[in-house]
Design a protein around this ligand. Structure first.
Ligand SMILES: Nc1ncnc2c1ncn2[C@@H]1O[C@H](COP(=O)(O)OP(=O)(O)OP(=O)(O)O)[C@@H](O)[C@H]1O
Length: 597
């Protein structure tokens, strides 16, 4: 309960900090609206009493005039009410923008600053999923729930004051019969909350099948393997299973609620009877009787409202735990305080020393005791069978993961103490699964180093190095043509062309270490041989690591490092390794036999 109220206050703080001015304006309008119902009850009482006075004999001008004044006053209240209703719409909309922005900002800060390794953690994925689902609306709902609670309390206090003129017992009776309703709501809020947390993975599974059915990334295979029927069936089964359980809880909750509501209604009838008999005995006027009826009825509905707001707030507080859990989650955090810069110009090179690594949530080691050096300006080819750990080593080299054991140093400076930005400026990578950005060709390359201007002529130079410049100049707006298929007037490229764009992006970043994971996998023979011919010029003065299965690319290297499941199998120049007739030699022979070279 304490944690729930903490969440509520933390959420209100977010709302307040999003815009103190709009929070105040919005709250003022909501509270003013809360006074309106009571004013209307007063007006009705005054009207009934004045009209019955005129009807029972007071035909004087003052008597009729006072009816007009009451009507005039009522008109003013109606106008104010209409004004508040219209204004509250745009005010709350404007305020909602600020709240949305603040919450989104919190989430963006979290997701962009997270270390990449967290995305491999299924538990983190659950927390992230729950947070995203709550983030969009809960803080806003809490704010309105809270302001509404104050509004209802004011109205109720005024109504209670009014009813006190007749009997305090009336209010107490109403409060007492409402308690079970609140109890049931609170109980079920917690049940639903627990249910949702326990079934996050099932929910994600439903969302996954929904993605398989709708996302472009899966659309091709969905068609060629005719998978839509199977996916739809799984989607429906899992969704209906979840819905069934949730609906069952809702039915039970509704049944209990209905039972206690009936008791409350009976109590209300008794109270109405009491008011009527008091009027019949002549202890209150007809106007007062109508006023008490209305006050009682409105009081009852406001009390119901108030109680459902309290249980709503409790529920929101519970569910906000999901958002704050994400914001506070003790993530895998690599960067150390007082991190240092990457060494100026490397003189000693890169040292990979006895590195072992297991992915988070994986039981198998991806790298075991890997050790080798890379001299400054040297090109190393990293080869080995599928799953040997080549891409893993690439990810470790650019700081996406940290070794569990051993170290990676640049000129003796451990990667773990290097500042993230400085590392990104000095280590440039083209991943196997490089990104396709649906922006202009120029921007696609510029993303390699956004600290440089977009007009930088090295953008064209980088495109020339990967051999994509010629194609770009044939596009309708040349370098300013949007690539992809997402937006109007875009031009789609082939996989190999995209790969050349990705290569240009890494060339544009004049990093000291260039890491290319399968850089020629999608290139045609002509482009590949041109890239290979120019490779030395492209990586001039830079240290390079190329991961490849292609002998033509491997032969570019000064030295080859062969990885296997036990770590580094062998290291040497291409001719040394061929002479040694061990792992690399066997690999080349196997390729030759199968006509792969
Ligand atoms: N995100 C991940 N989570 C858990 N295990 C992973 C992850 N990525 C890779 N692995 C495992 O780590 C091992 C090494 O994978 P890696 O991708 O580094 O191999 P590779 O040598 O690059 O293979 P390939 O030649 O097929 O690209 C594999 O056994 C793989 O299953």
């Amino acid at each position: 309960m304490k944690k729930t109220s903490n969440n509520i206050f933390r959420s209100l703080k977010i709302v307040w900090q999003s815009s103190p001015t709009w929070s105040l304006v919005n709250a003022a309008v909501v509270l003013l609206k809360g006074v309106m119902p009571l004013l209307l009850i007063f007006i009705v009482q005054m009207l009934v009493d004045e009209v019955s006075r005129v009807l029972t004999g007071d035909h004087t001008v003052q008597g009729v005039e006072s009816v007009y004044y009451i009507l005039l006053f009522a008109g003013g209240v109606f106008v104010l009410n209409a004004l508040l209703n219209s204004l509250s719409g745009i005010i709350s909309e404007k305020h909602a923008y600020y709240i949305d922005d603040s919450v989104q900002d919190l989430i963006h800060k979290r997701t962009t600053k997270l270390d990449f390794a967290n995305f491999d953690d299924y538990n983190f994925q659950n927390i992230y999923y729950r947070a995203i689902n709550e983030a969009t609306y809960r803080p806003k709902k809490i704010y309105y729930g809270f302001v509404g609670l104050i509004q209802n309390s004011i109205t109720l206090a005024l109504i209670a004051g009014l009813l006190a003129g007749l009997s305090w017992v009336l209010m107490i009776v109403l409060v007492l019969v409402s308690v079970p309703v609140v109890y049931i709501r609170l109980k079920y809020s917690r049940k639903i909350f627990v249910f949702n947390r326990e079934h996050t993975e099932d929910e994600r599974n439903v969302a996954y099948y929904n993605r398989l059915l709708t996302d472009k990334a899966f659309a091709k295979e969905l068609r060629v393997f005719n998978l839509s029927g199977l996916f739809k069936k799984r989607f429906e089964e899992q969704k209906n299973n979840l819905r069934g359980k949730r609906y069952g809880m809702l039915k039970l909750k509704t049944a209990y609620e209905l039972a206690v509501q009936l008791i409350t209604a009976a109590a209300l009838i008794v109270v109405f009877g009491f008011i009527a008999s008091t009027a019949i005995q002549g202890n209150i006027t007809q106007g007062q009787m109508v006023m008490y009826f209305l006050a009682m009825y409105r009081g009852y509905s406001f009390l119901q409202d108030l109680l459902s707001r309290i249980s709503g707030l409790y529920e929101d507080g519970l569910f906000l735990k999901n958002l704050f859990e994400f914001i506070d989650f003790d993530v895998i955090r690599y960067e150390k305080k007082n991190a240092t810069l990457f060494p100026g110009i490397m003189k000693e090179g890169v040292c990979i020393d006895n590195v072992s690594f297991k992915y988070p949530n994986s039981s198998r080691a991806a790298l075991k005791n890997v050790s080798f050096n890379i001299n400054p300006g040297e090109t190393i080819a990293l080869v080995g069978a599928n799953g040997a750990g080549k891409s893993t080593l690439v990810k470790l080299l650019c700081g996406l993961y940290r070794p569990d054991q051993g170290s990676i140093t640049f000129d003796g400076v451990d990667l773990s103490v290097i500042n993230k930005d400085s590392l990104a400026e000095n280590v440039s990578v083209v991943f196997q699964d490089f990104m396709l950005y649906n922006v202009t060709a120029r921007e696609n390359i510029w993303y390699g180093n956004v600290k440089r201007p977009q007009s930088d002529e090295e953008i064209v130079l980088s495109a020339q190095k990967s051999g994509i410049d010629k194609l770009i100049t044939t596009l309708p707006n040349e370098y300013d043509t949007v690539l992809g298929t997402l937006f109007k007037d875009s031009e789609m490229l082939s996989v190999g062309e995209w790969q050349r764009i990705a290569l240009s992006r890494s060339f544009f970043n004049n990093a000291q270490l260039v890491v290319l994971d399968e850089p020629t996998s999608s290139l045609d023979a002509f482009t590949e041989s041109r890239l290979i011919e120019n490779f030395k010029a492209i990586t001039k003065d830079r240290t390079a690591i190329i991961v490849s299965h292609r002998l033509s690319t491997i032969h570019l290297a000064d030295r080859i490092v062969v990885l296997n499941e036990r770590g580094v199998a062998e290291v040497g120049t291409p001719s040394e390794l061929l002479e040694k007739k061990a792992a690399f030699y066997d690999m080349v022979q196997s390729m030759r036999r199968n006509g792969l070279m």
